[in-house]
Write a protein that binds this ligand. Structure first.
Ligand code: HEC
Length: 308
């Protein structure tokens, strides 16, 4: 039974093979259908994974924090870039509000030049802070006004001092915070604007504040963004949501200062490589033309059958 089946399969296969050699039509059709089905499956499963990833809600909101809403920041769009007026306002918010507790060690004054401020403006801002430098000729450290090459000033001398001033909690360095948190800009915007009364039955420990977006719900940082907490020089309405949006844009720039340039290079690379691909395909078509268009005909010599 088995051998017979095997023989039939073999026969079928050889028939198929000879069919394929006589004409390509049948197998090409099957091949195309198979390719179509597999491409459709791949695209379909990719799309459903993307959809699930974008739209999934957490099963445990309390432990993981409330899922932040998707906010239309321009830099999130495929070809969108930073709103630089917003970065400028955001830095003002950081300087006047957040810098009281948070450091920003990876951002130097010079980084702000031509991004949100002119060089003179940055020099002037930096010189308002005192930095320890030295040693001088006598071996002593001395204080001098800040320069373009200095980093953002730190609010606390060390981690212990920071914890002591914040009921044991450490205000994290904000240089890379939009990259360091799940949900990025949306999470930080929601966190800053999401403070509310704890729901019935939820106890928040002394010194902590209720915020549904913070994993666990109780955060050591108190609400510090309110309507009118900063005064914008360009006359932008200083509502809490505007202030939060601007500081989040600034934090996003600090974490990804290369974003604008990266997208510009991306567009150039796509244009360049797609035209190179088109040229390569065209050349290949020319080179392969003789091979692809030829037809091999075998004329058996006379008495061929007899000789073999
Ligand atoms: C009075 C001090 C203080 C000020 C002012 C302050 N923060 Fe905080 N911040 C903290 C502390 C303390 C924590 C740590 C909270 C914790 O771990 O419970 C924190 C944590 C954070 C976190 C991290 C939350 C997380 O998911 O871990 C972000 C983001 C943040 N602050 C942003 C800001 C921004 C933006 C501002 C300015 C608008 C600001 N903070 C102003 C004290 C402050």
């Amino acid at each position: 039974m088995f051998s017979r089946n095997a023989f039939n399969t073999f026969k079928q296969a050889s028939q198929n093979a000879s069919k394929r050699f006589s004409t390509q039509a049948g197998s090409a059709k099957t091949y195309n259908t198979l390719m179509g089905v597999s491409v459709a499956t791949a695209v379909g499963s990719g799309a459903s994974l993307y959809y699930l990833n974008k739209n999934s809600a957490y099963a445990n909101m309390e432990a993981d924090g409330l899922h932040p809403a998707d906010h239309p920041f321009p830099q999130k769009k495929l070809l969108g870039t930073f709103d630089h007026a917003s970065i400028r306002r955001g830095f003002q918010v950081f300087k006047e509000v957040c810098a009281a507790c948070h450091s920003m060690d990876l951002v130097y004054w010079r980084n702000l030049v031509d991004v949100a401020y002119t060089e003179e403006e940055v020099r002037e801002m930096a010189s308002e802070y005192q930095y320890t430098d030295g040693p001088d000729d006598t071996g002593d450290m001395f204080e001098r006004p800040g320069k373009l090459t200095d980093p953002m000033p730190r609010p606390y001398a060390n981690e212990e001092a920071a914890r002591a001033a914040n009921a044991g909690a450490l205000p994290p360095d904000l240089s890379l915070i939009t990259k360091a948190r799940h949900g990025g800009v949306d999470y930080i915007y929601s966190l800053l604007t999401g403070y509310c009364e704890p729901p019935a039955g939820v106890e928040v420990r002394e010194g902590l504040n209720y915020n549904p977006y913070f994993p666990g719900g109780a955060i050591a940082m108190a609400q510090n963004i309110f309507d009118g907490v900063v005064e914008f020089e360009d006359g932008t309405p200083n509502t809490a949501s505007q202030i939060a949006k601007d500081v989040v844009t600034f934090l996003n720039w600090a974490a990804e200062p290369e974003l604008d340039e990266r997208k510009k290079i991306g567009v150039k690379a796509l244009l360049l490589f797609s035209s190179l691909t088109a040229i390569a395909l065209w050349i290949k078509r020319n080179r392969w033309h003789t091979m692809k268009a030829r037809k091999i005909v075998f004329n058996s010599p006379k008495n061929w059958q007899k000789k073999n």
